[in-house]
Design a binder for this molecule. Sequence first.
Ligand SMILES: Cc1ncc(COP(=O)(O)O)c(C=O)c1O
Length: 394
Amino acid sequence: MTLNSPRFKACFNPFLEEDPEFDLPSEEALDFHRSMSEYLPTPLLSLPGLADELGVGQILVKDESHRFGLKAFKILGASYAMYRLVRKLWEEEGDFDLAAFHRGELPGRLDSLTFAAASDGNHGRAVAWMARRLRKKAVIFVPEGTVEARVSAIRAEGAEVVFHGRTYDDAVRSAAEEAGKRSWTVVSNTAYEGNTEVPGWMVDGYGTLFEEAEEQIREQVLSEPDIVFVQAGVGGLAAAAIRNSYAEEEGPRIVCVEPVEADGLLESASTEDGRIAPSKGCHDSIMAGLNCATPSLTAWPVVKAGADYFLAVDDVFAEEAMGRFYFPSTGDPRIVAGESGAAGLAGLFALCRKPELEEDRNGLELDEDSTILAVNTEGDTDPESFRRRIDKGS
Ligand SMILES: Cc1ncc(COP(=O)(O)O)c(C=O)c1O
């Protein structure tokens, strides 16, 4: 492992399998999203100016800050998982009716349904949004330090917010406990013992953004990506990227980017046998959506078998990437990226610039011919801190 504490850590994946067996990405998720009246694909943008500066061939950015007016990709997972959950309960006693589902007209026997979720912002807002669309209650457990803007956004969807514990992992535990006591239905984006089905649907839902990107690449006659830089919290989004990559004949290599203070994937990849190992960091990164210590029980096996490289970066890289998205190189479009949204680009900065990573660049074949795909997973979900950081970089 390359280690230059505290700025970055990196390692190739020692557990990478040549021919891993994954479930193929579910086309059903894209079909479901297309059936929602709010659905619109998010833009795929090209940044030739920045590509020139970093010495790579092309940089493409899938801009999820425009997703459903919620400023983050998370609703792709929450909407699909909640659709699958409700459909399953509905079908226990009758035929599922998609049009009625979309109108929020659920059968009377589902009246008592209350959704519970743990989140540090985006997932909670997405679950609350979807619960409101279904005319159901949502209770969202957030760590105590969650910023006011994110809490207000969840409350604005009509959900109850419960503060619990210091970290995201604490909130996950208390959401599970409380939901168990009160017969609430947990919509978790991370899988743990006894809760694996919903997080699996969540990953299926995230797959939509990669399916869209593939279609946009074909339509805009762009080069296929050679490397995808995907930011990771519990690893669900990374698992979706990996599954889409393996669904292609020669899919892109996958670089998972995490904060150095919440590097559960890198930590797990560093164990002798590749078992899940929580990050030893203090989980206080500004990349709030990535501040998760423990990888998801079901996402990790996919990441372990299919990710090429793990890279954990310091917050300063994320701040710089936010600034570079907002004040672009000549000719590049402006992108509004929150701290976690900019993390993929932050990883690209670290990899392109650090002399210590030259061998790793070669190993990944990252050079002037490479096409990079990064995902801006969120916009300014905390507008005040966004403005502060952007003003610093102007
Ligand atoms: C903005 C943002 N980006 C990336 C992620 C990481 O997704 P995952 O936890 O599935 O790895 C999250 C998770 O909440 C997020 O909110």
